[in-house]
Design a protein around this ligand. Structure first.
Ligand code: SF4
Length: 147
């Protein structure tokens, strides 16, 4: 089961209020030019079946509840990738009245992909790091259960 998830992770993409720049790069990453699907990475719309949550944009008062809700619906074990500087720190939205800051103000983050906007090559690197984390977490969970 662990191997299957690592070979074909299912990804949920959530725009937390970004300018859409990083989202377009994520779509380019998954589309035929950069073709992340060749590594088995599949974009889906159902949090209950997702292994990886990819978030762009800052956490704010309006989206924090939705972000937490999506994260909580994902089954354990899961990893979170933040793409772009807005999701890491608030970025260009830092100090806006409704902005809380980076995504880690609301949910735990495993991997940060820097950039404004992040490039598809960097996003693919982020997926590779996230899969390593997912493997470590899955093995840890298995050891805890003693299976
Ligand atoms: S990091 Fe830059 S490109 Fe990405 S969402 Fe923020 S402002 Fe837009």
């Amino acid at each position: 089961m662990i191997k299957a998830r690592l070979k074909s992770p299912w990804v949920l993409h959530y725009n937390c209020g970004s300018c859409n720049g990083c989202d377009i790069e994520i779509l380019a990453t998954l589309a035929p030019r950069f073709d992340a699907e060749r590594f088995g990475i599949v974009n889906i719309g159902d949090p209950k079946q997702a292994d990886v949550l990819v978030v762009t944009g800052p956490a704010n008062r309006r989206n924090a509840r939705v972000l937490k809700n999506l994260y909580d619906q994902m089954p354990d074990t899961k990893v979170v990738i933040v793409v772009g500087s807005c999701g890491a720190t608030g970025g260009i939205f830092h100090n806006c009245p409704n902005v809380l800051g980076g995504v880690d103000k609301v949910i735990p983050v495993d991997v940060y992909v820097p950039g404004c906007a992040a490039r598809p090559e960097q996003i693919i690197d982020g997926f590779v790091m996230a899969l390593q984390k997912l493997g470590e977490k899955s093995r840890g969970a298995k050891d805890e259960k003693g299976v």
